[in-house]
Ligand binder design. Structure first.
Ligand code: FAD
Length: 216
């Protein structure tokens, strides 16, 4: 196996078994709309301060979107949420959900539900909403629409994926071993259903793999 580190140095490894646990955070789910490649559009949220006194759209209605919308609003951005669902997702953390719902109810954060982004321009965004098409003034867009594993990478190392949900096909459920001595661990076990595995349940995969490796 050949690996490249952050400094670009190449490392060669020889191993009889490989554990792949590459997660899903490197590849955002894109909206596929015109203007998504503008520099004002982000798929990762880091900090609120540069967006003070700006018109910011947060796309999505799950944890990332809810937390980013609240943080941006608390630091002085004018925030509009756009979500294809009919309400903030029920799985949003129980202490975050009422907070964002109350900000929406009071009008402090605007929200368009059952809506999606159609077009993004330098200073505007066009939405498809139940009340028809809406053009909003806009400075920045945070498209927090989820992420997905690198399926091409997984198949390139010999991992077979199921047709529908891209879940690794396992030889033994308990051991998480693939046919060719490759183990999978963490959220990639859930394929495209990334919310099924999180820190609390994914951390047990290592124990299962270690136990299997110890077997004669
Ligand atoms: C915004 C956000 C908030 C979250 N909040 C919570 C929370 O509060 N509680 C919770 O339980 N879960 C939360 N999760 C989910 C949780 O982060 C994941 O379920 C968990 O991190 C998955 O662990 P993992 O080991 O499978 O992948 P990761 O933790 O993503 O680790 C994968 C690692 O592999 C590296 N990698 C990827 N490709 C390669 C490659 N080709 N070569 C070498 N290295 C590679 C990545 O850089 C990364 O370091 C959140 C997720 C997101 C995106």
């Amino acid at each position: 196996m050949v690996a490249t580190d952050r400094q670009g140095h190449i490392h060669d490894y020889c191993a009889r078994k490989i554990i792949v646990s590459t997660g899903y955070y490197d590849l955002p789910n894109e909206m596929g709309v015109p203007g998504e490649d503008l520099p004002k559009v982000f798929h990762y949220y880091r900090e609120p301060h540069p967006y003070f006194d700006n018109d910011v759209i947060v796309v999505g209605g799950k944890n990332s979107a809810a937390e980013a919308a609240l943080d941006l609003w608390r630091h002085g951005a004018r925030v509009t949420m756009v979500y294809r669902g009919s309400q903030i997702h029920p799985n949003v953390k129980y202490w975050v959900r009422p907070d964002v719902e109350n900000r929406i109810k009071s009008g402090e954060i605007s929200a368009y539900f059952n809506s999606r982004v159609l077009d993004i321009g330098p200073d505007f965004v066009v939405l498809d909403t139940p009340r028809g098409s809406q053009r909003l003034r806009n400075d920045f867009v945070f498209a927090l629409t989820g992420y997905h594993p690198d399926y091409d990478f997984l198949t390139s190392v010999g991992i077979e994926l199921s047709a529908e949900q891209h879940r690794p096909v396992l030889r033994s459920r308990n051991a998480r071993e693939q046919y060719s001595g490759i183990y999978v661990a963490g959220v990639i076990v859930a394929g495209s259903r990334t919310s099924e595995i999180f820190i609390e349940n994914g951390r047990f995969h290592g124990k299962q793999i270690a136990a299997h490796l110890r077997e004669p």
